[in-house]
Design a protein around this ligand. Structure first.
Ligand code: SDX
Length: 426
């Protein structure tokens, strides 16, 4: 007999079915709660609310576990590539050699932008944030490449078109903001190398490709590729639940990721470290400010809604820091501050008691900085990495027969019944 949860309300007992996941985590199915009890649940931020069943990513926040389609993130970071990981997330399987070759050919074929899309960039203010440009450009793709939702092969091409073009859009936004000529993608370069070349190649000093930097970028994007029902993925699912086209759903995800509490944290971490460096603040002063309830200062890059231990991605990113900095032979004073901050934070009972540990964003900004990525492009880098996850989650949502349009309820706290007062009587 399947397990049930019992709820006592006003002396009456109600039974609610329990749903169990493949890793043993359990949920109370409350879909019938309102019609059977007249009550709804209340959970701002959804800290205790599951919004879907998903087989894409598994996280255990207490144990610091992260797996894509069952494969540990550590193994993918060590042995896989971003394109292969994207294939795994979207299809549920690792690609065969032929599938990987076909995918790479499509990514090359789709890497150019429609020339008319370039005009969009010319009309943005030069200081426009690239996340705003990216969100708009992805939405605009619907007008140039309408998706054929009923043809699976065509939708697979739409997914690859998105993954290929987001890279070109990002690099183009950067080059145009710098007043530099646009560098077009090259068919002889792999996904990550092509991006680096489009960002940094120039006629005077051709970009010197470094295998370790390309590897670091693959790892960076693998670590960011999916993270179950985070803020931006929830935005993609909620917007997609209205059956709007995939481009608009992804565009909503980019907008959600932009926030400094979410994907914007990597840029906020560097800004924080830079401010500490410039103001000559001590690590102790920062820790004190972060603990002061009256001080809005927060240690960006620390804390997580799910991980109540070290974010497994942060451990890998920290190793990438050492690799990339050794390659560019750069001593970054911000890395020294980051290391001291982490050391002090980890030994401080305030943070330990609140389970506040470094998250993926804490070291990622330093890796990107060492690669030469400008700070205002950091969250764009996160978006490029997260795109396969958003696609996989969107695809799963629209195919799930249990999913309906997202329409949560509320607890109303406003005025009681009130009559209208005509203006001449107010
Ligand atoms: C990402 O969800 C995901 O999976 C996201 C992500 C992904 O891959 O998609 O992992 C990517 O967004 C990582 C998180 C990046 N954001 C930051 O680094 C910003 C700094 N961190 C915080 O703002 C915060 O930790 C959050 C937003 C990440 C999580 O916030 P929660 O779960 O809502 O926790 P909370 O704000 O309720 O904080 C609990 C307590 C509070 O103290 P009390 O009110 O209980 O006394 O911890 C404190 C907070 O004040 N706290 C911090 C802190 N984070 C939480 N105190 C100081 N510095 C911090 N960074």
């Amino acid at each position: 007999m399947s397990e049930v949860a019992k709820l006592m309300i006003d002396g009456k007992e109600f039974e609610l079915p329990v749903v169990e996941g493949s890793q043993g985590e359990k949920a109370i199915d409350i879909r019938t709660l309102r019609q059977t009890t007249g009550y709804i649940t209340f959970d701002p931020g959804f800290g205790s609310t599951g919004t879907c069943k998903s087989s894409i990513t598994y996280m255990d926040g207490e144990k610091g576990i992260l797996r894509y389609r069952g494969i540990p993130i550590e193994q993918l970071a060590e042995q896989s590539t971003f394109v292969e990981t994207a294939f795994l997330l979207i299809t549920g399987q690792l690609p065969t050699n032929d599938e990987l070759t076909r995918t790479s050919v499509y990514l090359n074929d789709f890497s150019l932008l429609h020339e008319n899309m370039k005009a969009f960039y010319q009309n943005y203010p030069s200081k426009a944030h690239p996340m705003g440009i990216l969100s708009a450009m992805i939405n605009a793709m619907r007008s140039f490449y309408p998706e054929l939702i009923d043809l699976e092969e065509e939708m697979n091409k739409t997914y690859l078109r998105l993954i290929s073009k987001i890279r070109t859009m990002a690099a183009m936004a950067y080059r145009i903001s710098m007043g530099e000529r646009v560098v077009y993608p090259r068919p002889d370069l792999c996904y990550c190398a092509n991006f680096l070349n489009m960002m940094f190649d120039n006629a005077v000093i051709p970009y010197r490709m470094d295998d370790d930097i390309v590897k670091a970028l693959n790892v960076f994007w693998i670590l960011h590729a999916d993270h179950e029902q985070n803020c931006s993925t929830t935005a993609v699912r909620v917007v997609g639940s209205g059956k709007v086209n995939i481009y608009s759903a992804i565009s909503a995800g980019i907008s959600a990721l932009w926030g400094p509490l979410h994907g914007g944290a990597n840029q906020a971490v560097i800004n924080m470290l830079d401010a500490i460096h410039k103001k000559g603040l001590s690590v102790e002063q920062c820790i004190k400010k972060a603990k002061d309830k009256d001080d809005p200062f927060r240690l960006m890059g620390f804390g997580h809604r799910v991980y109540k231990t070290y974010d497994p991605r942060a451990k890998i990113m920290k190793k990438m820091c050492d690799l990339v900095l050794s390659k560019v032979k750069q001593d970054d004073p911000l890395l020294d501050i980051a290391r001291k901050l982490e050391e002090k934070e980890l030994e401080d009972s305030y943070f330990k008691d609140k389970n506040l540990y470094p998250n993926v964003d804490f070291y990622s900004g330093i890796v990107l900085r060492a690669m030469g990525i400008p700070t205002n492009m950091f969250t764009v880098m996160f978006a490029i990495g997260r795109l396969p996850g958003w696609i996989a989650q969107w695809k799963e949502d629209v195919a799930d027969p249990e999913m309906k349009i997202s329409r949560p309820r509320q607890v109303y706290t406003g005025a009681q019944l009130t009559d209208y007062i005509p203006i001449h009587k107010r």
